[in-house]
Ligand binder design. Sequence first.
Ligand SMILES: [Zn+2]
Length: 376
Amino acid sequence: MGPLLFGSEIYRGSSYGGWHPLRVPRVSTVLDLSRALGWLPPDRFRVSPRAKPAALATWHTPDYLAALEAAERAGAVDPPTRDRHGLGTASNPVFPEMFRRPATGAGASLLAGEMLAGGGRIHNPGGGTHHGMPDRANGFCYLNDAVLGILSLRRNGAPRVAYVDIDAHHMDGVEHAFAENPDVLLISTHEERRWPFTGHLHDAGLGQVFNLPLPRGLNDDEMALARDRLILPAVEAFAPDAIVLQCGADAVEEDPLSRLSLSNNAHLEMLRALLPLAPRFLLLGGGGYNPWSVGRLWTGAWAVLSGQDIPDRLPPEAEQVLRGLRFDGNSRGRNPPDHWFTALRDTARLGPVKPEVTDRVASLSARIGAIPGRWL
Ligand SMILES: [Zn+2]
């Protein structure tokens, strides 16, 4: 099976509401850009199926799923439902596709687990909803497709899964699911002292959980250190049957919600380095609230996953897609720099490695030898 991109038109025009960070187009940009570049012929694309509640109930509670479906039908939630399930809040608002849209992202990750049974690479840019909890919505995530995708991989011939999460926020929902599972390696890099305020350096699970909190202003050289001394050696030592990479675009400099300062090269080089380390690879989206950063990064990631060369200057059809984006209600939307329209790759953001980054990477690297081994 060649590399596949999973997508859906449900994302186009769907919004969490006019003031919510997820009012911006994301997956539709990836599809439009990839097609404009000739990188998405019909045989590389699959329409993401919408997962049924029974499939979602492999991790989510039936009560929660019923409440989520009912909220979409009614277009409203009552106060007890809001309090119990986190629905109808400022973060997780009621909106017209509030069940169907996340169920589509989850359906793609569930199907990816099945389709990767014989090996291969799949990109689900609508996935990466790593904050979702079994019984409640959390941090813009109504369902946790990352957890469901890992469970699906494990049911379909890949018992050992390495999950790597380079979103600006900690992977709290995924860690909640697998912190006590020796067959799921969990590695998260995230901005320190930022919501959800979990993911401390010393939280180790059974020895297979690695949390690397990082300071504001993180640069590409610092991320390369984490990649080469911690992430790649830990994944290699674990010898996974599958890798899931959550590629949140909110760790990039221009994101409005976080204060890390990576260029998108950091994400693309992480992906390139991880690809050869397992026969099955599931690439997920995640956070990312600047429409240009997200579209350029996840399209570039599809290029890396599917073996395309990224041109220095985009052809006119692709430039047109980026010039058509709007970022209403944010100052970054008023005067976008020219390279947001004309190139996928950012200029590298290099710099000194701060001592606390070196120290934290070293303290986690020292634990690699104690990762639980393959149980025979
Ligand atoms: Zn995030």
